[in-house]
Design a protein around this ligand. Structure first.
Ligand code: DC
Length: 226
């Protein structure tokens, strides 16, 4: 049976992971949330006071970081392990969200994560979401999706997600975080967020999860049957 690589890139909080996870389940593919890897590195850097201005310290820190994904049956997706510690909850905090784009812009951090992501795709049968998956990680991917959504809708979606765990969070705080991350992610020097020339754009502002999933399944089947 033919297997392909599917990349899903886009700005923060466009619903990329939700779509990637559902699509992978449907196709019986592996789903990889590449952002979780940058978040785990950020957690390590914060906990160990690693300064991004000190290349030697960054290099040494990366040598001490082991990242792995562990499938969580209950959630139907993988949890992020940082040096064998389950950090899935910890990496979703606002503290990490406020720092992750800066860490992810570091060239050594990018090389570190991209090399591991490319290894994961060697056997294909993978759906990976992120910012540079279709441009840098898997430029040869058979199906590339670039997700967009209205900024106001993205802010509200993210707010709804975060308020459950953090009742003091404000809509303004969420909006600022998304704006700042989008700016850093799309203007950084090394593999900035951009739509690959051969990516198909999906604006999901007014689509339900089911509608988006059906659209993506149809796209994948078209390629698998060609
Ligand atoms: O998808 P996310 O919001 O969890 O990603 C967190 C951050 O990681 C995002 O703001 C930018 C960075 N990132 C990246 O630079 N490249 C990727 N492939 C995935 C995420």
């Amino acid at each position: 049976m033919k297997k392909i690589i599917i990349t899903i890139d886009g700005f923060s909080s466009c619903g990329k992971s939700t779509l990637a996870k559902a699509l992978a389940k449907e196709l019986n593919y592996i789903f990889i949330d590449s952002g979780a890897m940058y978040r785990a590195v950020t957690l390590y850097f914060i906990e160990n006071n690693i300064s991004l201005d000190n290349s030697n310290a960054v290099k040494e820190a990366l040598q001490n970081i082991h990242l792995a994904f562990q499938f969580n049956q209950e959630k139907g997706k993988s949890d992020m392990l940082l040096n064998n510690r389950n950090v899935e909850e910890a990496i979703r905090s606002m503290e990490i969200s406020n720092k992750v784009s800066e860490v992810a812009a570091h060239p050594l951090v990018r090389d570190f994560a991209v090399a591991q992501q490319q290894q994961m795709g060697l056997e294909k049968g993978i759906v990976m979401d992120g910012r540079d998956i279709g441009t840098t990680v898997f430029p040869q991917a058979e199906l590339k999706i670039f997700v967009t959504a209205d900024p106001q809708i993205r802010t509200e979606r993210r707010y709804k997600e975060l308020i459950e765990k953090n009742p003091t969070i404000t809509l303004e705080e969420v909006r600022k975080n998304l704006e700042t991350r989008d700016h850093i992610d799309s203007t950084r020097e090394f593999s900035p967020l951009r739509k690959a020339n051969d990516a198909i754009e999906l604006n999901n502002s007014h689509l339900t999860r089911e509608e988006q999933l059906q659209w993506a399944i149809d796209m994948a089947h078209k390629i698998l049957n060609s």
